[in-house]
Design a protein around this ligand. Sequence first.
Ligand SMILES: [Zn+2]
Length: 131
Amino acid sequence: MDKPKKEPVILNQSPDSKLCLNCGFPNRNTDSQCMYCRTSLIEDSGLFNWIRQTYYILRWRWQLKQKRDSLESKPPIYRSFGFFVLGVILSAAGIFVFTSAMSQNSFSSGLIALLLIGYGVITLKTLFSEK
Ligand SMILES: [Zn+2]
């Protein structure tokens, strides 16, 4: 399966242009053919045209979904690293607050500390259970 190399142009849409349903190229309203891929831009209400538009929209959605899936299947390493750092910081902060709460005999600080440790452990657990 080959990857779509063309980037669909969905930004910079001016009111006097219409987007090609096939490749997303912005064409002038007067154009009857896409300047980029030569797809017909004539809009009529015929059944064939409806099927063609539906096909293009479904295909475009499928391509976007493919792109999203490929991004999700390979999470960037810095994201996992960020989770790891966050978990460690939360746990460390929790332990620090907990020890100071113990020395001050403060119940509420102890609760906050347990909460921090809990969040830290959950963050680390999510990270390692992803694999
Ligand atoms: Zn086109």
